[in-house]
Write a protein that binds this ligand. Structure first.
Ligand SMILES: [Zn+2]
Length: 419
């Protein structure tokens, strides 16, 4: 039988507690949006757990909950965190598990014989998912740049602005720029998070070391052919944009499969101008998502995809227009912290597997402020953003111990803050 300490079990149980009313806005499922009563209840509960772990808590001007260890007021801090908001009909561990693991580490460190050379701050970001307002990751963004009028004037589905929601939450929108952390305060940001993918489970490993968050390009491809009658237009006279799109889907799959393992390309949508059985569509719009651990790999693939799309369209006599709708740069984790995390994972008896995060996280925003590291925790079937999301107390416990080993290594390494 596997033996584990109470830490992992407590972390999982606390996530489970947060999975229902009053910590959820929706009956019978988990939905916790930024600056709602459910968010306020979650802050109350998580704040209580932070204080039990010996942390002093406060709510920052954007509604993030912060717990700080006993240390000199001006001592630089290691920030451990994740988010406590959720998507609609969410799982219980995406976000909260990282916060709970941070609290367990803080509790263990409070019992340490000699004080750490830096403070520990555990942060529970109020918004990462963007499930209430259009802009996502407002919690971490507010720490890195002063959020201006544009951000505060955004409205939710009921027409309530961020500024109004902050006021209803007991916060002052005019104070939001004060949430920015000055340089020299934070030595590093580390985020434990469920993997939200199947790689660790397939490798039989409880945790994995994240090397970075993939950069993403979104392409909108518009094919224009010639609409026609499905019965009367001979095959050789057709200029069918759906057939051109279909050939492109397979080409994109081939190009990405032939690249490095972290390169992924997806055609997530194909919208023909006609959806009738008996019509050759005149136009098709296709949405392409390409991601890789580094921007050159991704951009090389995007160039190859663009050339191939142009060639296929030309061969088929179909006009094509290509638009880059979104470019998000890759966010590599700090190489030195990645090496420390690998060593820490090895020290708790787990073979340290390196992996890339295909999904976005607060760490990619925090990278503007401090070196970042992430530790992934196995989740059953790679299922996430779904009530079936599942992680085990054993794995959570290994994550707690690996993170503690990481912090000990960081402390041994720490020679004062060099911005
Ligand atoms: Zn998340």
């Amino acid at each position: 039988m596997t033996v584990w300490s109470a830490a992992g079990q407590r972390a999982i149980q606390r996530c489970d507690t947060l999975g229902a009313a009053p910590y959820s806005e929706a009956e019978g499922q988990l939905f916790r949006r930024f600056l709602t009563p459910a968010h306020a209840h979650a802050i109350e509960a998580v704040g209580g757990w932070m204080r039990e772990a010996g942390l002093t808590t406060h709510i920052d001007p954007i509604g993030n909950l912060v717990g700080r260890s006993k240390a000199a007021r001006d001592a630089p801090a290691l920030l451990i965190g994740s988010h406590i908001d959720s998507v609609h009909n969410a799982g219980r561990y995406d976000g909260p598990l990282g916060v709970m693991i941070g609290i367990e580490c803080a509790a263990a460190l409070a019992r340490r014989a000699s004080p750490l050379p830096f403070a520990i701050e555990v942060i529970a970001f109020g918004d990462e998912e963007g499930s209430r307002f259009p802009l996502s990751m407002m919690g971490s963004r507010a720490l890195t740049v002063p959020l201006g009028e544009e951000a505060l004037e955004q409205t939710d589905g009921d027409g309530v602005s961020v500024a109004e929601a902050l006021r209803a939450f007991g916060l002052d929108p005019a104070e939001v720029p004060a949430a920015v952390r000055p340089p020299g305060q934070i030595i590093a940001y580390v985020e434990p998070h469920i993997e939200q993918g199947p790689v660790l489970e397939a490798a039989g490993l409880p945790v994995g070391v994240v090397t970075g968050i993939a950069g993403q390009v979104r392409l909108i491809v518009r094919f224009t052919g010639e609409a026609g009658h499905a019965g009367t237009t001979p095959m050789r006279l057709r200029r069918d944009p759906i057939a051109a799109a279909a050939e492109c889907v397979l080409a994109i799959e081939q190009i990405c499969a032939a690249g490095p393992a972290d390169l992924v390309g997806t055609v997530g949508r194909i919208l023909p101008s006609s959806a009738a059985f008996n019509v050759i569509a005149g136009r098709v719009e296709m949405g392409v998502d390409v991601r890789a651990a580094n921007d050159p790999t991704r951009d090389t693939a995007v160039e190859a995809i663009s050339r191939e799309i142009a060639a296929i369209a030309a061969r088929r006599g179909v006009a094509v227009g290509l638009e880059r709708a979104q470019t998000l740069p890759a966010s590599p984790c700090d190489p030195h912290l990645v090496a420390l995390m690998e060593d820490a994972v090895g020290a708790v008896g787990v073979s340290p597997l390196r992996l890339v995060s295909g999904a976005g996280h607060d760490a990619m925003i925090m990278a503007a402020l401090a070196p970042t590291a992430m530790l992934f925790i196995r989740c059953a079937g790679g299922v996430s953003h779904n009530p079936a999301e599942s992680a085990t107390p054993e794995d959570a416990d290994i994550a707690c111990r690996a993170l503690l080993a990481f912090i000990e290594r960081l402390a041994a390494d720490f020679k004062g803050f060099a911005p």
